[in-house]
Design a protein around this ligand. Structure first.
Ligand code: F3S
Ligand code: F3S
Ligand code: ZN
Length: 109
């Protein structure tokens, strides 16, 4: 299952993390929601593959520890989503389609 690209309509903004939005539901440690808005990563789909972290030309992603999450204990957090240049590499390389990037969707400043 890929990230829902309509998460802004279908989910509630429940928190912020490292300056970006978190879209619920969140029930730690099993359910972590979607992190980011311009660059959105569904933490419940991410398996910690790391291709996005390695390939992003402007280092948008930083690892975060997610102990006891059923898919993986590391997630790629869009910590620097405001730096994104919309190259879409991360969207293409993620093996589980956990990332959605929308040039028209603004994250927090
Ligand atoms: Fe990086 Fe993905 Fe943006 S690879 S530049 S976060 S579209
Ligand atoms: Fe996760 Fe996909 Fe990146 S599995 S670490 S979002 S390439
Ligand atoms: Zn985050």
């Amino acid at each position: 299952m890929a990230i829902d690209s309509s998460f802004e309509e279908n989910r509630e903004r429940v928190d912020t993390h490292q300056g970006h939005d978190v879209w619920g539901p969140v029930e730690e440690p099993e359910k972590l929601g979607i992190h980011g808005t311009h660059v959105a990563v569904d933490f419940d789909i991410c398996i910690g593959d790391g291709a996005c972290v390695e390939d992003c030309p402007v280092d948008v992603f930083e690892w975060v520890d997610t102990p006891d999450h059923p898919e993986s204990e590391l997630k790629a957090d869009p910590a620097n989503e405001s730096q994104c240049i919309d190259c879409m590499l991360c969207v293409d390389v993620c093996p589980v389609d956990a990332i959605d990037v929308d040039a028209g969707r603004a994250g927090r400043a």
